[in-house]
Write a new protein. Structure first.
Length: 412
């Protein structure tokens, strides 16, 4: 028998009650089982990986973001009281998961990273009050652009209690972990948040050419919320950014068309230096399959093997994974306009929007722009970018206008 449900059930009514009503009308009787039994059934029939995907892609990131934002179980009650229908139901379930997770940690005497921050924050005044010999004179913080509310609160409390001097090193142009709680305004407002703070610009770079950082720097500074820096390099290289436009009219041919272009790029690199270390970059983990599902390339863990140039050392990383790395050459496998494109147009789940910091930046896709900046600057020499002709990304349309961006139109 066929049962139809409607999207309006997610907004105006309790969708479980509607489904129950439809089933009862068709003669089904209900026998409720425990949550443990339900989970076992889901796990044993989990052919599509949905339940494990729910845990790894929704539950764990939600709990991490919830804690990084400085919330505890009591905040669930506030959210539940302020919402209704589906969001309320989801919050009730997530609170049960959260409380169970915390009990498991406590029972096993485990501690996760977020609770280290939270408990450290709470115990500091006691350590100070009892004069237990704990004293901090200096705090030296790396990767400060990834600062979250809970981490900032810990740093601020140490500084205030012990009159500690704080030195933070980071690059607001590379603030790309908003999904895990990083807040760019905590970086940008450092001088107002910390007493007698001073900002010192580190403007010399040794990885990229001047031509590349001119392109990347101008691109990122289109966002007025980014701190102005004028990077300088002694390296010079003509056309450090190459865009290869491929034909995307025939969907069956798209992956092959990309692979042909990538092979030509590797040939160019091989002729210059066959010992080059090369990085293939993707916006998503699955982007690697855009070239590895054919006879030209094979994927082994995070290594790519070219059939034509097997001597070349080629890694594959997502741009998030690649932050902090440097390679002789980089290939960005796709700069396309799509929901799962670059910039990503995937919206946060409504449940995530409730706890994710709301940051106003007067430009479209601000964090995606920073992510693209990271992609551009992983190379010591050139970055090659694959762009579909019909569905080119807005980022591709923007940077193609720059001097020292070379465009190859390959439509066949």
């Amino acid at each position: 028998k066929f049962i139809v449900t409607y999207s309006k059930y997610n907004q105006d009514t309790n969708y479980l009650n509607e489904l129950k009503k439809e089933l009862i009308n068709r003669g089904y009787n209900f026998q409720f089982v425990t949550q443990e039994k339900t989970y076992e059934v889901l796990k044993n029939t989990n052919k599509d990986g949905y339940s494990s995907s729910f845990i790894s892609r929704i539950l764990i990131p939600f709990i991490s973001l919830f804690k990084q934002s400085g919330y505890d179980t009591n905040y669930f009650d506030k959210l539940i009281s302020e919402n209704d229908n589906v969001l309320k139901d989801q919050l009730i379930v997530l609170k049960q998961f959260f409380d169970y997770y915390q009990k498991v940690l406590e029972f096993n005497k485990y501690i996760d990273f977020e609770d280290m921050i939270y408990k450290g924050y709470n115990v500091l005044p006691l350590l100070k009050e009892k004069d237990l010999g704990v004293d901090y004179k200096y705090l030296i913080i790396d990767e400060y652009q990834d600062i979250s509310s809970s981490r900032f609160n810990l740093i601020k409390r140490i500084s205030d209690l012990f009159d500690a001097k704080v030195m933070a090193v980071g690059d607001d142009w590379q603030t790309i972990f908003g999904y895990s709680g990083s807040r760019i305004e905590l970086f940008s407002n450092f001088e107002t948040e910390m007493i007698d703070a001073e900002q010192v610009a580190i403007e010399n770079t040794y990885r990229n050419s001047q031509e590349l950082i001119d392109i990347a720097g101008d691109f990122i500074l289109k966002n007025p919320k980014q701190i102005i820096k004028r990077l300088k390099s002694k390296k010079h290289l003509k056309d450090p950014v190459e865009m290869h436009v491929y034909c995307d009219q025939d969907k069956k041919q798209i992956d092959y068309n990309r692979s042909v272009i990538v092979e030509k790029i590797l040939e160019e690199i091989y002729k210059k230096d066959k010992n080059s270390k090369i990085l293939f970059l993707g916006r998503y983990k699955k982007d690697v399959y855009k070239i590895s599902n054919n006879e030209k390339f094979k994927l082994y863990q995070k290594k790519i093997v070219s059939k034509k140039f097997p001597e070349l050392e080629i890694d594959y990383l997502t741009i998030h994974q690649a932050k902090g790395t440097g390679y002789d050459y980089c290939v960005l496998l796709d700069l396309n306009d799509d929901i799962y494109g670059f910039p990503s147009k995937i919206e946060d789940l409504p449940i995530v929007k409730l706890i994710k910091p709301k940051i106003c930046e007067p430009i479209d896709y601000p964090e995606e722009r920073r992510l693209f900046y990271v992609a551009l600057t992983r190379t010591k020499n050139k970055v090659f970018i694959l762009v579909p002709k019909l569905k080119a990304s807005v980022f591709a349309k923007e940077i193609k206008k720059y001097i020292n961006v070379r465009i190859h139109n390959i439509y066949k």
